[in-house]
Design a protein around this ligand. Structure first.
Ligand code: MEV
Length: 315
């Protein structure tokens, strides 16, 4: 039996713009996805006792195809990352399944190999994606993705003429509250909506450029632990994402409420519903306000831990 667990992530700056050559930063969080994989003595592969089916297990099916696994397996999963909450559940599933499969098959377990395969699986399932979620779930800590290669470079990922250089970032310990709107909002249609806007409008291109500038401004603030400065940039980044058309009235309400007790707040991930994130040292008050406004709060901390093969008790 092989066990693997991976952290979720939150994007603190640069979602959507990262698909157009701009940089972005994501932080691994202390909520994880866990899986156990064993060879099965039955003639079908099962996931938590149910037959593997593309309709329900698209990421797992693609992981098995990627590694050309033909044996029947018994896969057990457990998650602390509700899907559609902007906490990177699909990336965490993909990275953990690939890690456990590689361990079972006795293959290379380098972070780079796993992160590259995980990106390719996520891209194939979603139709378009950047490697930020999958690289963060693999490496843990914080990841900065950019077109240019900079200090603390980890690996390079290329796809369809686009290049993403993946970098490690040192960050202070951060506390966040994620507020889930409860509005289900899959990523691909939002990515497509922004793409259409980007392709027909110079204004959208300027907004994407402005988001890139915010990400660059954040580097020094993260280094200096300047939470007030970071919060201001989060507010600005949120405003630009709203102009791109990926906010939602419920997101606006949660962001507004959270800001009363936070350094700053913004939507996180694809938007359109989904979740917002607040940077705060008053997490209980933010959580209460989010609940009052009909959202579901999750108090989170940044974590150093990326992919791990140590037992669940260790997590
Ligand atoms: C989704 O978590 C973030 C997006 O930028 C898409 C991606 O980077 O794959 C919207």
């Amino acid at each position: 039996m092989t066990y693997c667990s991976t952290p979720g992530k939150v994007i603190i700056f640069g979602e959507h713009a990262v698909l157009y050559g701009e940089p972005a930063i994501a932080v691994a969080i202390n909520r994880r996805f866990h899986c156990d994989i064993t060879e099965s003595n039955r003639d079908i592969t099962t996931v938590n006792g149910y037959p593997l089916a593309r309709r329900y297990h698209s990421y797992i099916v693609e992981c098995l195809n990627k590694l050309e696994v033909e044996d029947e397996l018994e896969i057990k999963t457990e998650t602390e990352l509700a899907s559609g909450t902007g906490m990177g559940s699909s990336a965490a599933i993909t990275v953990a399944i690939l890690g456990a499969l590689r361990k079972l098959l006795g293959e290379d377990l380098s972070e780079e190999t796993i992160a590259k395969d995980a990106f390719s699986v996520e891209f194939d399932v979603q139709g378009n994606a950047s490697p930020i979620d999958t690289s963060t779930s693999t490496h843990g800590k914080a990841i900065m993705v950019s077109e240019k290669k900079e200090k603390n470079f980890l690996w390079k990922i290329e796809r369809e003429g686009r290049i993403w250089n993946i970098h490690h970032r040192d960050i202070p310990d951060l506390t966040f509250v994620v507020g889930n709107t409860g509005v289900h909002s899959p990523t691909p249609p939002l990515v497509e909506k922004v793409r259409k806007f980007y392709e027909r409008s110079n204004f959208a291109k300027e907004i994407i450029d402005d988001i890139g500038e915010i990400v660059e401004e954040s580097y020094i603030l993260l280094k200096e632990d300047d939470l007030e400065g970071l919060g201001e940039l989060m507010d600005k980044n949120h405003g630009l994402l709203s102009i791109l058309g990926v906010s939602h009235p419920k997101l606006e309400s949660l962001v507004k409420g959270a800001r009363k007790y936070s350094y700053g707040a913004k939507l996180t991930g694809a938007g359109g519903g989904g979740s917002m994130i607040a940077l705060t040292d008053r997490p209980e008050e933010v959580a209460k306000e989010i609940k009052k406004r009909g959202g579901k709060p999750y108090i989170l901390k940044s974590t150093e831990r990326g992919i791990s093969y140590e037992g669940k008790d260790h997590d």
